[in-house]
Design a protein around this ligand. Structure first.
Ligand code: NAD
Ligand code: TDX
Length: 332
């Protein structure tokens, strides 16, 4: 693989993968990104121009996608509308980008015979009880809850159908909640860190008992690269780093990092249909492909992320006020 097309490569996780490729391989990368509100030019700013090219365009536009795909050996598909709360306010861009966009890409790779990797989420499996001893595996039935997760579930099904019906050379990965640099301030961890930097209080939906299984974005990138190189065509791999924490625990870790009292947070209106718990069993990826996360310790990764947001206020501050105004209008 010499030329890789990364859709959504200007977003939080896609840009991390582009950095991973540039640092650890000699492939040339084309980023195809619509540059929505979630994209970040700055995340790609220090990359070598002879290795990385940015094409601004929509994955749902076949006239852009089809000629571009033919120039590459593989497509790694990150582009998506990614925020559950936004999908509750207006589901339409989620259907267009996540479903129609994936369809357009699949048709392009089918015609061109190009390898495809589809980046998806553990949310397609619905949620678990807090005391359920089972975690999600590749065999867990699909049961998405929100418009976002339903659109991702639909996109996974399209990929599987294109593999079986048309012989498309594709793999799928479903990863747990990512954290790390360049994550938009609308998301949980950056929102709480930046609230505290601004002298405000973290905002916990409901009781704060919901559990997420946190993984550093660097570990997600190494897993996707492993699957792209060695994954079996037609297979799904779950990606996770055994990082289960409830939201209250995460908020209290952030408060502690700033020397603030452990009860210095607000409970706010809960998310409609809020999934209770996600948890990934990544045994297949670890045993079959030999992948291991580099971040063994969530506390250390979180501390580095807190420092990163302290050091990059010029990047997130222009978005902060509008994000908080949108949340405030919903009592969140
Ligand atoms: P993000 O919102 O930060 O970035 C998404 C990127 O896609 C942006 O750069 C945006 O401009 C681009 N994009 C959106 N619509 C587009 C379109 N129609 N055409 C071209 N580009 C478009 O998202 P993220 O958190 O980096 O997530 C990336 C992928 O990883 C998504 O597919 C998401 O479902 C998946 N994922 C995310 C997580 C997580 O915790 N954030 C976990 C598992 C899987
Ligand atoms: O202010 C908040 N307070 C709060 O308690 C926000 C923004 C969130 N929450 C809760 C909701 C969730 O239980 O924190 C948890 C994490 O919320 P999000 O950051 O919105 O993530 P989540 O809904 O779990 O989805 C994320 O992980 C899976 C990504 O946004 C998805 O793209 C990915 O597929």
């Amino acid at each position: 693989m010499h030329r890789i097309l990364v859709t959504g490569g200007a977003g939080f996780i896609g840009s991390n993968f582009v950095h991973h490729l540039v640092a650890r391989t000699d492939v040339s990368v084309t980023v195809l990104d619509k540059l929505t509100y979630a994209a970040s030019h700055a995340a790609l700013a220090d990359l070598p121009a002879d290795r990385v090219r940015l094409v601004v365009g929509d994955i749902a536009d076949a006239a852009v996608v089809e000629p571009l795909v033919t120039e590459h050996d593989a497509v790694v598909h990150y582009a998506a509308e990614s925020h559950n709360d936004n999908s509750l306010a207006d589901p339409s861009p989620f259907v267009r980008t996540n479903l129609v966009g994936t369809f357009v890409l699949l048709e392009a790779v089918r015609k061109a015979g190009v390898r495809f990797h589809h980046v998806s989420t553990d949310e397609v499996y619905g949620d678990l009880d807090l005391d359920d001893p089972q975690r999600f595996t590749e065999a867990t039935p699909y049961a998405p809850s929100s418009p976002y997760s339903a659109s991702k579930a639909g996109s996974d099904h399209l990929v599987r159908a294109w593999v079986r019906s048309f012989g498309v050379q594709a793999t799928v990965s479903n990863c747990s909640n990512n954290y790390g640099p360049w994550q938009h301030v609308e998301k949980f961890i950056p929102r709480q860190i930046t609230n505290v930097i601004d002298g405000g209080r973290p905002k916990l939906y409901g009781a704060g008992q919901n559990v997420r299984d946190w993984i550093h974005a660097d570990d997600h990138s190494s897993a996707v690269w492993t699957i792209l190189q060695r994954g079996r065509i037609g297979e799904t791999y779950l990606i996770g780093a055994d990082g289960e924490r409830d939201n209250l625990q995460v908020v209290q870790m952030i408060l502690k990092a700033f020397g603030r009292p452990a009860d210095d947070y607000d409970h706010v209106t809960d998310r409609a249909g809020h999934d209770l718990r996600y948890a990934i069993d990544s045994t297949k990826l670890r045993t079959e492909l030999g992948w291991q996360p580099a971040y063994g310790d969530f506390a250390e990764g979180l501390a580095r992320t807190v420092q990163w947001y302290r050091d990059h206020q010029d990047w997130w501050r222009p978005h902060k006020q509008a994000v908080e105004a949108t949340y405030a209008a919903k009592g969140q």
